[in-house]
Design a protein around this ligand. Sequence first.
Ligand code: FAD
Ligand code: EPU
Length: 343
Amino acid sequence: MNIEKNFSLKKYNTFGIDVSARYFSKFNTVTELEECLRFNQPSTFNLQSQTLILGGGSNILFTKDVDGLVLKNELKGIELIKEDADHVYLKAAAGENWHSFVEYCIQKNLAGVENLSLIPGNVGASPMQNIGAYGVEIKDVFHSLEAFHIADKKIVEFGLADCEFGYRESVFKEKYKNQFIITSVTYKLNKQPQFHVSYGAIQQELDTMGIKDLSIANIAAAVIRIRSSKLPDPAAIGNAGSFFKNPEIENERFFQLKNDFPSIVGHDLNNGKTKLAAGWLIEQCGWKGYRKGDAGCHAKQALVLVNYGQAKGNEIYDLSTDIIASVKEKFAVALQREVNIIL
Ligand code: FAD
Ligand code: EPU
């Protein structure tokens, strides 16, 4: 365990916000994690403040320095747990890079995660908000996870129902916020692929690529091309993907809005609700391509807020507050932030 003091987090969050952690350490094993947590006891260093777990830092916005201990998860390893006629169960340590895990599955011809290609971040955060893209969510391939309970100092296992997965939600995001540290996730991969190509522009992209034979590798390649064409690469422009969730509203309300704004984009959820495209709402309010200082709204995807270089976390946060207010005023729709805000 090597605890650093006043450590810059700029390279550890994809927004590239320049804040520091009072204390910072990486952990490579659960034993090291326990040592780090012991360090953060009030009696040891008179430090009675927050412990924050960091994966790839791709879904987090720091608005100020962290007066506590930031722990970077470096747990590594992928293990085959069991196999039956239809499935292979892989247990991945929480510090594994998510996209590398997807590539690993594709190489082994294991299906289920190909639509989730190129999502930044680590395995450990994948259940946190039930990551999703192009018609697939983590819950579709999730089997179980192990998490260290900070107060009880023991590992607890969570099954699918325990996680209470929803759209960009799980028990870890709100109900048990900051109580558990996910140490590994076990995924149930399919030996026989079920291709998901109906969502978004996947089929169109496959046609453009001249691909007629479907395979998980081809779907991954199409998803990667679509994502690269519209989402900013954090290595070039700081961002955390979609800053807001797509709001879900009653169908009746959607039909009223459709009457007033015929080009509004919504997707029927078949449960009496419609999911609105927040990017459309934000664009209609005139924010797309907006920039004030180094904080902005991406020119190709209005749902993504960006840091062009030196923006402070507060400037991004204030911009998000202004966007919420204008969408509320124009459409009477409440946007919710999707990114984890560290206030
Ligand atoms: P971090 O940002 O490090 O952490 C996120 C939150 O989880 C924090 O609150 C942190 O404390 C907590 N956390 C992290 N690890 C653990 C752990 N082991 N145990 C407990 N808590 C933990 N998301 C999608 O769902 N779909 C997308 O299509 C998508 N596209 C994106 C595109 C871009 C360009 C970017 C930058 C982001 C995108 N995201 C997307 C968001 C992000 O990639 C995911 O939310 C990802 O799972 C975050 O992983 P991370 O390791 O970087 O988490
Ligand atoms: N749109 C606009 N203007 C914009 C952006 C979008 O009008 O500036 C409209 C378009 O009509 C477009 C529709 O919104 O067809 C949907 O846009 P897109 O396909 O880009 O997807 P999204 O709804 O903006 C969601 C997820 C993404 C995920 C993609 C693909 C959320 C909050 N975001 O974005 O996830 O990759 O779908 O499945 O659900 C993330 O969570 O960080 C993320 C990037």
